[in-house]
Every structure is written in C-alpha cells, then in structure tokens.
Design a protein around this ligand. Structure first.
Ligand code: NAD
Ligand code: IPM
Ligand code: MN
Length: 351
C-alpha cells in the first residue's frame, strides 16, 4: 500500500487533480495497485482555512508520504497579503529538499499541429529541463523590499551545483547522451562558478557530449532548433523561464508535467503551469499535465512502468482521435476529456 498526499491547491488545481485521481483509480483497478490518497489543504485554499499556505499538518503528511501530487497554487485573491500561496510552494520544496526538478518537453507527433512553430522545426522535439529548485535567487538572503529600493540575492554553493549537474548527467546517460549547461557566465559570479563545476563534472562522463550555453542565446535556440537539445541543466530562475518558454513548442502549457526529487525523501509531481485563474472553475483546463505528472510518479517513485505506459497510450489514442480540450482548439471539457481517457483504458483492457 502506497500513500500519496494530494494537494489540489487553487484555481484549476482541484479540477485537474480530480481528473488525475480518477485516472489513477482506473489504472489501480485494472492493474490491482493499492494507493491511499490523503487530501491536504495547500496554497491559497490553506490560507483561507488556516492563515498559512503550508500548514504544519500538510507538511507532516507530505514528509511521511510515498509520493506527493500537487495541482497548482496561487491567484489574484492572495497576491497582496503577507502570506502568499507561492511562499508555501517554495517552503514545501525547501522543506522536502526537492532540489532536482525534471521538466520533460516531449512533443507528441499528434500535437505538432498545435505548435505555433513550423512542423519541420518542432517535430521530434524531446528534451528535458533539469531545473535546480531549492537554491539561487528564489531563496538567497538578504532580501528586502521598500518603496525606494529592493534587493534579491543569488547564491549558489559548490554542493548545490554539483548535485544538480550530476543529476543531469545521470539522466543524459539514459537518453541521447547530451548535456547543455545553461548560465550567464559572461556576467554573473554564480554562473562562473556554475560553469566551472559543470566542466569539472563533465570529465567524469566521457560518454556524454557536453556544452555550455548562455541563457539568452539558449532562449532563442529553443525556438529555432528545439531538436538540438537532450538535457538542459540550469539554475532555478533560468529553469523557470525556459520551461514555460519551451511549453509553447507543445502548443499548450496544459500538457506538461514535472517531477521534483530530493536525495532520499518523497518526490513531488506537479504540472509546470500555474492555477490558470482565467479559466478556473469552468471545466476548461487540460488535465494532461496532471495525468502525465501521475505517469511520472508511477514510473519514478513506484517503478510501475507498464501501468504508466497504459495511461500514456490511452492519452495518445484519445488525442489521435481528435479529442482535445479548448487550449488545443478542442471542444471537450476537463471532465469529458478525462472520461474519454478512462473509457479508452477500460476498453483496451477488455480486449
Ligand atoms: P498559469 O500557468 O497559471 O497560466 C498561464 C496561461 O496558461 C493561462 O492563459 C492559462 O489559462 C493557461 N493554462 C495553464 N494551465 C492550463 C491548463 N492545464 N489547461 C489549459 N490552459 C492552461 O500562469 P499565470 O497565470 O502566470 O499564474 C497564475 C497563478 O499560478 C499565479 O499565482 C502564479 O504564481 C501561480 N503559479 C503556480 C504554479 C504552481 O502551482 N506550481 C506554477 C506557475 C504559476
Ligand atoms: C513554477 C512556478 C513557481 C516557481 C512559482 C509559483 C513560485 O512558476 O513552479 O514554475 O517560480 O517556481
Ligand atoms: Mn514557473
């Protein structure tokens, strides 16, 4: 029996979480998997209920879980207060030491036509952004904000850089064996250290092709030649920006999942997008980001590769049949799309 903590969060979070958990229930029945789902409040919903975005009880449940699923947090309602949903998310990542955020950018052939980029450029795109998640300018001290002056601090230690670069090389070994380390070493001290450590570690992996690139030009190349990349490893802020940029290749950010790992504790799986307040509560959200976050969980936390593949194949089939949510130009609601995936999973199993 595996315990999964489900943090639905805000905006479209509860809608896509409900969808993902229904898929998990369906595959559990088909493959006789046993999961206990513990729902916990988090983000804006938790601020409303307890005054805190990450209540102690939620954190304690996450620490004990076998894996954590997160929908999304945030929204205009909570942006002005001193406690914000985003602070809760950062505190959760830091408390669980989730330093390695894996964001796969795989463009399914069926989705190529939704990309704003020409087919011949985008077809075959399959890379992973390995984003450092617990350091850098998101967490550096001091920080302050006054009407006259504001300060953020970007700090990286050797240890933080080494462990994320190693994760990238280990991942590349299982893929097309190429690592692109992204920095701003022509300007930033943190990037100069980053680059020198990346070069050191690269020598331990002679079988992996290694390159350094500057973040500004990588932002361009991701659009110009996305198939040139295999594993991109970069610091927290650059990874945040480049992964949202990369999502455009897929036609919608609503199809992209992520996994965040520590050295030994539970991993967290969440879409790369946010709470999409503009479409929340309207049954318009694409649940694929959550469904793929769940297939990442099945593979990476539990080793249930066959079950994950069944779900992925069912999604492929549904997409190939022209069934999409509105972000991809389709007419299906979140619930209707989810039901199609469930029907496909069940009917494949009956055959
Ligand atoms: P967003 O990612 O929520 O939305 C950007 C655009 O993408 C919107 O037009 C939205 O409708 C669309 N979109 C996102 N997910 C979609 C889906 N599954 N299906 C269809 N369309 C989808 O970014 P934002 O609007 O800048 O941020 C909204 C809030 O979310 C902010 O409070 C932000 O801090 C928060 N946020 C949270 C997370 C997280 O929980 N991990 C991540 C990013 C942003
Ligand atoms: C993400 C989000 C978060 C981040 C915000 C909501 C704190 O944009 O998960 O990509 O910047 O890490
Ligand atoms: Mn982001």
């Amino acid at each position: 029996m595996k315990t999964i903590v489900a943090l639905a969060g805000d905006g479209i979070g509860p809608e896509i979480m409900a969808s993902g958990l229904e898929i998990l229930k369906t595959i559990s029945a088909i493959d006789q998997l046993e999961f206990t789902i513990e729902d916990k409040v988090f983000g804006g919903a938790a601020i409303d209920e307890t005054g805190q975005a990450l209540p102690a009880d939620t954190l304690a449940a996450c620490e004990k879980a076998d894996a954590i699923l997160l929908g999304a947090i945030g929204g205009p309602k909570w942006q002005t207060g001193s406690e914000t949903p985003e602070k809760g998310l950062l505190a959760l990542r830091k408390s669980l030491n989730l330093f390695a955020n894996i964001r796969p950018i795989t463009i399914l052939d069926e989705l190529v036509k939704f990309s704003p980029i020409k087919e011949e450029i985008v077809k075959g795109t399959d890379f992973v952004v390995v984003r450092e998640l617990t350091g850098g300018i998101y967490f550096g001290e001091p920080r302050r904000l006054s009407p006259e002056e504001a300060l953020d601090t970007n700090v990286y230690t050797r240890k933080e850089i080494e462990r994320i670069i190693r994760q990238a090389f280990e991942l590349a070994k299982t893929r097309r064996k190429k690592v692109t380390s992204v920095d701003k070493a022509n300007v930033l001290a943190t990037s100069k250290l980053w680059r020198s450590i990346a070069e050191e570690i690269a020598t331990e992996y002679p079988e992996v092709t290694f390159e350094n690139q500057l973040v500004d030009s990588v932002a361009m190349k991701i659009i110009q030649m996305p198939t040139a990349f295999d594993v991109i490893v970069t610091e927290n802020l650059f990874g945040d920006i480049l992964s949202d940029e990369s999502s455009v290749l897929a036609g919608s950010i609503g199809v992209l999942p992520s996994a965040s790992h520590s050295d030994n504790g539970p991993s967290l799986y969440e879409p790369i997008h946010g709470s999409a307040p503009d479409i929340a509560g309207e049954n318009l959200a694409n649940p694929l980001s959550m469904i793929y976050s769940i297939t990442m969980m099945l593979k990476q936390s539990f080793g249930y590769f066959d079950s994950a593949e069944k779900i992925e194949q069912a999604c492929d089939q549904v997409i190939a049949a022209g069934i999409y949510t509105p972000d991809l130009g389709g007419k299906y609601g979140t619930k209707e799309f989810t039901q199609e995936v469930i029907n496909t999973l069940q009917s494949t199993e009956e055959k």
